[in-house]
Design a protein around this ligand. Structure first.
Ligand SMILES: [Zn+2]
Length: 52
């Protein structure tokens, strides 16, 4: 697995927006722990109103 500086899926936003408007959390970042380092305000997906 190659580590990249910027997530190709979400561009380090931690969120992926589908074409139908659904927003969900980026599992790649979540699993790699990138989200915790990148955005300390991101406490939980539930707080952001993101459906897992
Ligand atoms: Zn990501």
């Amino acid at each position: 697995m190659v580590e990249t500086a910027v997530c190709p899926k979400c561009s380090n936003t931690g969120k992926i927006k589908e074409r139908d408007g659904t927003v969900h959390i980026c599992f790649d970042c979540l699993q790699s722990g990138r989200l915790d380092q990148h955005d300390k305000k991101l406490k939980s997906a539930e707080e952001l109103g993101i459906k897992l």
